[in-house]
Design a protein around this ligand. Sequence first.
Ligand SMILES: NC(=O)c1ccc[n+]([C@@H]2O[C@H](COP(=O)([O-])OP(=O)(O)OC[C@H]3O[C@@H](n4cnc5c(N)ncnc54)[C@H](OP(=O)(O)O)[C@@H]3O)[C@@H](O)[C@H]2O)c1
Length: 226
Amino acid sequence: MYLITGASSGLGAALSHEYAADGQQLYLTGRDEAKLSQVVDDVSRMNKGVTIQSKSAVLNDPSSVTALLDSLPHAPKTVIHCAGSGYFGALAEQTSEGIINLVNNNLTATLLLLSELVRRYQDEPTRVVIVLSTAALQAKAGESSYCAVKWAIKGLIESLRLELKGKPMSLIAVYPGGMATEFWQTSGKKLNTTGFMSAAEAASMIKQALLSSEHGYISDVTINRR
Ligand SMILES: NC(=O)c1ccc[n+]([C@@H]2O[C@H](COP(=O)([O-])OP(=O)(O)OC[C@H]3O[C@@H](n4cnc5c(N)ncnc54)[C@H](OP(=O)(O)O)[C@@H]3O)[C@@H](O)[C@H]2O)c1
């Protein structure tokens, strides 16, 4: 079973289509129930016979994360954590509310989800794929708060890998460049995304990169924009 967060939109929704086309059992989650059920309907209609379950969850709320993982029928083979949000502009011009939301949707959500996943599944061969951004790899003016949360998640993953040494659970970091999704609209940044990757293109590359063998797996994936 594939547990996909952020499945109500963008990359998470596109990955849901990719894995449903492969006949994988899916468990999809997002915050907005209406958007999530629309994705479930679309994926089910296009992939008859695939088992898709869903539950909305607010991942920066500990009780919501617990309820989500309690509702899974069994340990997931793969978790793809796509949920996140953007907030851009010079730090001096950002509001405290916007900064707190950014930290909640990215860093707090990832910390709470990973801590619960590790508590429950560290002795299972569960792959946990975390979607960050190329903003976790390079400094960008006008993106300092976004870089801060994504760099923090990179530090979390790399440190947690050391804690999990010798355990069957694996952590995979994905660093995508710009994609044309709702992300830009909700982040409030006005941008022409014509030359950006579609979510479907990025999802297809991620799926190919996540192939693994008995003794090896790809641990870090960077997807640059042309
Ligand atoms: N788009 C880009 O250019 C780009 C580039 C690099 C990296 N990324 C990263 O890629 C990931 C996916 O982005 P996207 O482009 O697919 O964005 P998107 O279309 O805006 O989708 C974001 C998803 O995250 C969910 N979400 C946000 N905060 C949440 C929270 N606190 N709890 C639970 N769910 C939450 C949203 O749920 P609802 O919509 O249901 O509220 C939505 O499903 C994000 O981590 C983003 O930072 C994006």
